[in-house]
Design a binder for this molecule. Structure first.
Ligand SMILES: [Zn+2]
Length: 237
């Protein structure tokens, strides 16, 4: 037997035994834009709420008034209770609309078929009722497993997480604490997760600070998620 045979055998075995899914998963989950891009994505989850309006009107008005690009991830339950707000958000040209699960489920606890239905719920609603194709998906709680990534890919959706957590739904956190954290963590290509469902007590104030001071000081420009992903180092705004 030639001397290289054991080596070849090992190589073949190694190739066969390489766990394909984890490598695949890493490539599919988007947490930021290119590090060369002088842009950041301000992203706002619209998770369902039990009490209250479920909508931060002052925040939305501020974004519209100052023409600040933003991306929203709508859950199916939220869409069902906020028809006028869905229509308002969809008609703003510098807003992008993605989805955030149907009932805000903990996806890894569910089978592939259940995950598919949870992911598809709001995608179908936006298409059927509002003729909107939503291609960005963010998992509720940021929780997912390999099945979630594969189902999302098979549905032709882009899997969007974040690389900067604002912490805005925490009722004990102050505006200053959020701003200090953002100053330490936001950089070129960052994707910041916030909330527009009224759960962020200081979100409006934090966005004002970002827009007026922090982002201009660092020559960073807000972009929609899709613009950030194709940003080649030149600000588009
Ligand atoms: Zn959520």
């Amino acid at each position: 037997m030639p001397r290289y045979c054991p080596y070849m055998l090992c190589l073949i075995l190694a190739v066969l035994l390489v766990p394909v899914m984890p490598l695949y998963t890493q490539a599919q989950v988007i947490k930021s834009g290119p590090a060369s891009c002088p842009g950041v994505a301000l992203t706002f989850d619209l998770c369902p709420v039990r009490n209250g309006a479920g909508y931060d009107q002052a925040l939305i008005d501020y974004l519209i008034e100052h023409k600040i690009p933003a991306t929203f991830f709508m859950s199916g339950k939220w869409i069902a209770k906020h028809d006028p707000q869905v229509r308002d958000l969809l008609q703003i040209p510098f807003f992008e609309i993605g989805t955030h699960g149907d009932v805000h489920a903990h996806l890894p606890l569910h089978s592939a078929e259940e995950q598919k239905q949870e992911i598809l719920g709001p995608v179908r609603m936006l298409k059927a009722k509002y003729s909107h194709d939503a291609t960005l998906f963010r998992p509720p709680y940021g929780e997912f497993n390999d099945v979630t990534v594969e189902v999302t890919r098979a549905l032709g959706l882009q899997f969007i997480l974040w690389n900067v957590v604002s912490g805005d739904p925490d009722p004990t956190i102050t505006t200053l604490q959020i701003e200090d954290h953002l100053k330490r963590t936001v950089k070129k290509g960052s994707v910041i997760v916030m909330h527009a469902n009224g759960k962020g007590r200081h979100t409006h104030e934090v966005v004002q600070g970002l827009h007026r001071q922090f982002l201009p000081q660092r020559n960073l420009t807000p972009m929609t998620m899709s613009d950030l992903l194709v940003c080649n180092g030149q600000a588009t705004q």
